[in-house]
Design a protein. Structure first.
Length: 367
């Protein structure tokens, strides 16, 4: 009797273990993730870092199969593919979708406003994260911001740009709706090109100068081979955010515990991304100098004029679209609120000290 009971209990335990194993196996999800970035552009490293971290943290529940941009579909199609569920996730830069909703533009970058720390503060503690969910949620997606990079290189080309007066009549590769509007006010013409096309456009004289990303990314894209001059700072994109679009149905199929692991991976990747980019930018700046590229910096007077134009463009855009207004209202409110601590902690503060901001009252009137 004792042996029979032991056998029965052993059999029951084995059955429970098998059932648990089966449930675990059935619960594991496999996702396909791609990116807007091809393998030869360094920005893809951010997407890869997050996917690899998720596989380490949540590998028993979720496995992400990452494919470089362009291997499954053109980068311009990843938004629709993620929205419809053709793929579960895709790394992106929100500004590419500003034609669908102009609010995507400030969710991606700002002209002469936020720096990278501002974006991190705003996303984490001042309501930014919720606005990403609200805007992407209109397209059946959840969004996890997982990178904040500081200002971009600036314009590189074969013609020197030493002041904003030199922008007059120039054809410049530039991303972003608001950025293009500021450039037009300065007398330049915006040319829209994919990142992988900037090198040849400079080389062939299709554009007078162009920008793409941070110095590390730009150097590895070969810009030092075709550009003689570099105009800095990159006021047109004072910081940039990248992240992952996730199909809402795929997200909802995950357990809350797995969802939390994806969010933890995003926060960890954001901290890593800033340090990675700043180190790469430091090393690349020296490489550009060693290659003989001349660096010219815009004057404080030029940057003040750019700020005035930027403020006008932001208010004008806010009054054209309520989502656009809502995002910028949140951003400017953060800058005004954070100033209580930021300005008294100078010069050790972590954000830009700005007295000349877009009018919060005028933006509020557009809500």
């Amino acid at each position: 009797m004792k042996k029979t009971t032991q056998f029965a209990l052993s059999g029951l335990a084995a059955g429970i273990a098998f059932a648990a194993f089966t449930t675990t196996a059935q619960a594991q999800e496999e996702w396909t993730m791609t990116s807007t970035w091809p393998e030869n552009l360094d920005l893809i490293k951010i997407d890869q870092h997050w996917a690899e971290l998720v596989n380490k943290l949540a590998g028993d529940e979720l496995q992400i199969n990452f494919r470089a941009g362009g291997t499954l579909m053109p980068g311009t199609e990843v938004f629709d593919a993620t929205e419809t569920g053709s793929i579960e996730a895709s790394g992106d830069w929100p500004g590419y979708w500003a034609g669908l909703n102009p609010a995507f533009s400030p969710l991606a970058t700002t002209t002469s406003l936020f720096n990278a720390v501002d974006y991190i503060n705003w996303i984490q503690r001042w309501g930014g994260r919720e606005l990403y969910q609200e805007i992407y949620g209109q397209y059946n997606m959840v969004y996890l911001p997982y990178a904040a990079l500081n200002n971009e290189s600036g314009f590189m080309g074969r013609t020197p740009i030493e002041s904003i007066a030199d922008l007059e009549g120039k054809r410049l590769r530039l991303s972003g709706r608001d950025q293009g509007r500021v450039l037009e006010e300065l007398g330049g013409s915006q040319v829209t090109l994919a990142g992988g096309e900037v090198y040849q456009a400079i080389e062939r004289g299709v554009i007078d100068a162009g920008e793409f990303a941070t110095p590390g990314v730009d150097f590895n894209a070969g810009f030092a081979e075709v550009a003689d001059y570099w105009a800095t700072p990159g006021w047109h994109q004072s910081a940039s955010v990248f992240g992952v679009m996730i199909n809402k149905d795929a997200w909802d199929a995950l357990s809350p515990e797995t969802q939390e692991k994806l969010e933890i991976a995003a926060d960890a990747t954001m901290a890593w991304s800033l340090a990675w980019s700043e180190r790469e930018s430091t090393e690349a700046t020296q490489k550009f100098l060693d290659a003989g590229v001349t660096i010219n910096q815009f004057s404080a007077e030029d940057l003040a004029q750019i700020q005035d134009i930027t403020n006008e463009v932001i208010v004008r855009g806010a009054c054209e679209n309520p989502d656009h207004a809502k995002v910028y209202h949140s951003m400017v409110s953060y800058l005004e609120d954070y100033a209580k601590w930021r300005d008294v902690s100078a010069p050790f503060n972590m954000s830009r000290t700005l007295e000349n901001l877009p009018s919060l009252e005028e933006i509020e009137a557009c809500l």
